[in-house]
Write a protein that binds this ligand. Structure first.
Ligand code: RTP
Ligand code: MG
Length: 143
């Protein structure tokens, strides 16, 4: 069993797609281990996407991610990181495979509905970004 971090991004919340997207995630065999709704501050969004700080789209990405509430979710499954990236599809929905969440619901390469961690190491860091050890202990008994 391994873990990944998903975020239902602000466009997902705005379009009232939370229920539909979570339905696809659960049908694909992922277990929801923790979930909350938060509004990222610019500093929190910059911290989360620090790896992209030199990219031309960084400023736009931060305004998008702070444009409304989002829903971080800790997911559990065998091979969680890789299987979840397959389920959400390519960053650009125009290039995503049929049946993927981004293909079905995303608008464009930026407003793409959902985030998924890209490695086990980043999943652990990203989970810690949104959920304290105390919360995870209280919710799931994780040490
Ligand atoms: P994520 O980290 O959100 O799961 O997305 P990803 O791995 O598929 O894509 P990544 O390259 O990490 O980019 C992070 C997010 O930045 C926005 N983006 N905009 N305007 C653009 O060309 C562009 N490229 C990326 C997207 O919201 C993307 O998910
Ligand atoms: Mg990424």
């Amino acid at each position: 069993m391994s873990r990944t971090l998903a975020i239902l991004k602000p466009d997902c919340v705005r379009k009232e797609l939370i229920g539909k997207v979570i339905g696809h995630i659960q049908s694909a065999g992922f277990k929801i281990a923790a979930m909350k709704m938060v509004k990222l501050t610019p500093d929190a969004a910059k911290g989360f996407y620090e790896v992209h700080k030199e990219r031309p789209f960084f400023h736009e990405l931060i305004s998008y991610m702070t444009s409304g509430p989002c829903v971080p979710i800790v997911l559990e499954k065998d091979n969680a990181v890789e299987d979840f990236r397959k389920l959400i599809g390519a960053t650009d929905p125009a290039k995503a495979e049929e049946g993927t969440i981004r293909k079905m619901y995303a608008e464009n390469i930026q407003e793409n509905i959902i985030h998924g961690s890209d490695s086990d190491e980043n999943a652990a860091k990203e989970i810690a970004h949104f959920f304290s050890r105390k919360e995870l202990l209280e919710i799931n008994g994780w040490e």
